[in-house]
Write a protein that binds this ligand. Structure first.
Ligand SMILES: [Zn+2]
Length: 235
């Protein structure tokens, strides 16, 4: 048995995991969580009636084009945080996202969790993702991050985008009505809202998304792109 030492990483992980296990705080993270990661974005300008829709984990042919179609129907723009390996497998679907004027962000190449991999492996995976997806936006998979990673990420990315409302669309124990209620009960001016263009989320998203967009339109929200999500390093 070895020496006694405080494992900063493990303490940090336990503490943050405890917070995000609570539904209420997982859906809309408390200020203390946001303060832990200076330089990241959770909510955009609150003096404008705009919200920022985001879709993680695609592109996949079964879901992403349908999401784009629904967004177009409601004249909404959104930012897609793409997994590099999915772009490699489905470059045409990635192109569809771009051709429809949507934004894109880096979500690593292999959907790596920051807390389960050494920094070297994690940042290499992000770089690999960049070769498929040259964007200035980044979102860490599962929201896992260390505060001390932020300055390093900011050398490459203009914005590290977290969230103000998590739709819980990936939860099979919830209904599409639950997902709808989660979003409409928590949305506010400047909200960054997380959905998933994934097979896992689609059973709920298919029905919830049109209703959510209808609600947001009626409530007078503009659904805008996050600046920096054009697929070119210089955008
Ligand atoms: Zn993800």
């Amino acid at each position: 048995m070895g020496k006694l030492r405080v494992d900063t990483k493990a303490c940090f992980n336990d503490w943050v995991s405890l917070i995000i296990k609570m539904d209420k705080w997982n859906i809309q993270p408390p200020l203390i969580m946001r303060w832990l990661f200076p330089g990241t974005i959770w909510r955009m300008a609150r003096n404008e009636n705009s919200v920022y829709l985001t879709f993680d984990d695609g592109p996949v042919p079964e879901v992403t084009p349908k999401v784009v179609e629904i967004l177009n129907q409601y004249k909404a723009k959104a930012t897609f945080f793409c997994v590099g390996d999915n772009i490699r497998k489905h470059p045409d679907v990635y192109q569809t996202v771009l051709d429809n004027g949507m934004g894109v962000g880096n979500h690593t190449y292999s959907h790596l969790k920051a807390w389960s991999h050494p920094a070297g492996v994690y940042f290499e995976d992000i770089e690999k993702g960049r070769t498929w997806n040259p964007t200035l936006l980044f979102r860490p998979p599962h929201g896992q991050l260390y505060p001390w990673y932020v300055p390093r990420l900011k050398r490459t990315f203009k914005r590290i985008v977290m969230w103000d409302v998590l739709s819980l669309d990936y939860r099979a124990d919830l209904s599409d009505r639950d997902v709808y209620n989660t979003v409409v009960n928590n949305v506010r001016p400047g909200s960054v809202i997380v959905f998933h263009d994934s097979l896992k989320a689609w059973p709920r998203l298919e029905r919830a998304l049109p209703d959510i967009l209808e609600y947001l339109n009626l409530a007078g929200y503009k659904m805008k792109l996050i600046e920096g999500g054009k697929a070119a390093i210089n955008s």
